[in-house]
Each structure stands twice: as C-alpha cells, then as structure tokens.
Design a protein around this ligand. Sequence first.
Ligand SMILES: [Zn+2]
Ligand SMILES: [Zn+2]
Length: 60
Amino acid sequence: MDELPTWPCVGCGHDTRFEQPPCADGHTDDGGDCPEWLCVDCGTAIVNGQVSVRERQRAA
Ligand SMILES: [Zn+2]
Ligand SMILES: [Zn+2]
C-alpha cells in the first residue's frame, strides 16, 4: 500500500502525491533521509519542503 505524502504542487496547481527518487547525492549513505521529493504527476522537485528549480541549477 502506497503511503506517499501529499503536498501542494506548483506545477500541478493542486495537492498531489510525492515520491522519493533514488538518491544520487549521497544523502542516504550514512543512513539519513534524502530531502528530495518528486511530484508523481509532473515531476516537480521539492527539497526540504520547498520547490527546487532544477532548471536554474548549473552543474559545477
Ligand atoms: Zn505536480
Ligand atoms: Zn538525496
């Protein structure tokens, strides 16, 4: 049974469910929780409860 959290999604404009993607940043390496969540409908990323505008992030 899925128990995905539901938050307001700016991409969808209403509450949607969010799922955690596989963590690629090492957040879970030491047993911690990854702060990243993705809207299951539109893929908008939320980190620590805030929208992350991935498009504006540049890889170093
Ligand atoms: Zn969405
Ligand atoms: Zn992570």
